[in-house]
Ligand binder design. Structure first.
Ligand SMILES: C[S@@+](CC[C@H](N)C(=O)[O-])C[C@H]1O[C@@H](n2cnc3c(N)ncnc32)[C@H](O)[C@@H]1O
Length: 195
């Protein structure tokens, strides 16, 4: 699916009352197992929507920032267990987003990757924002499991290959119609496994 102007497109959907698959307990349990407690580390939730996942990360002990291209979605956020920062920006803009920090131990993108226009550029940007050994957590439907009229809201097997390439480790787990990926960047602890 190609969305020319994501800010306008998503703003209208949020304003019309459209909502997306809510976080489930199996999903948060799986995430917690992969990423562990935050211990004050930095996390960035790309396409945070109403911030449910961002708030969960705060509850895990991360200093979390939710990034979304529309202000309407974060405005719906409920109170969190701690401070949550929000950044209104298009992650695909030519300039990097004006984020409060330069590198994040955890970056998440839930129900977002399928809508990214230039996926290789997006993945490069994510890698540039991750710490060495950091984790990129992605949750997405698979196009092949969706009805034809909704297939563009999921990713193809070719896009999955692109998503899971060039990481130190890439693990995926299916939870119902969603596939969850824990993609770990190369880092001090993983670099020696390359050779
Ligand atoms: C399907 S919603 C998912 C929201 C949330 N992650 C969730 O799981 O409920 C996709 C979200 O990604 C945001 N988004 C889409 N493209 C974006 C982009 N290029 N930059 C920043 N946010 C984007 C939209 O505004 C929307 O809030």
């Amino acid at each position: 699916m190609t969305i020319e102007n994501p800010a306008t497109y998503w703003e209208e959907l949020w304003a019309s009352g459209r909502r997306y698959s809510p976080l489930t307990e199996p999903e948060t349990t799986l995430l917690d197992q992969h990423v562990g407690p935050g211990r004050g580390r930095l996390a960035l939730d790309i396409g945070c929507g109403d911030g449910a996942l961002t708030r969960h990360l705060v509850g895990l002990g991360y200093q979390a920032t939710g990034l979304d291209c529309t202000p309407a979605a974060p405005a719906l956020a409920e109170p969190a267990a701690g401070p949550v920062m929000y950044c209104c920006a298009d992650i695909e803009a030519a300039q990097p987003p004006p984020l409060p920090q330069q590198a994040y131990a955890l970056i998440t993108a839930r129900l977002v990757f399928a809508f990214i226009k230039d996926k290789p550029a997006f993945l490069s940007r994510v890698r540039s924002l991750l710490t060495f050994g950091g984790v990129f957590w992605v949750v997405t439907p698979m196009a092949e499991h969706l009805p034809p009229d909704r297939a563009s809201t999921g990713i193809t097997s070719v896009e999955e290959e692109l998503l899971t390439s060039l990481w130190a480790t890439a693990r995926s787990t299916d939870l119902g119609s969603l596939r969850c990926y824990a993609l770990r960047a190369w880092g001090d602890a993983t670099i020696e496994k390359r050779y």
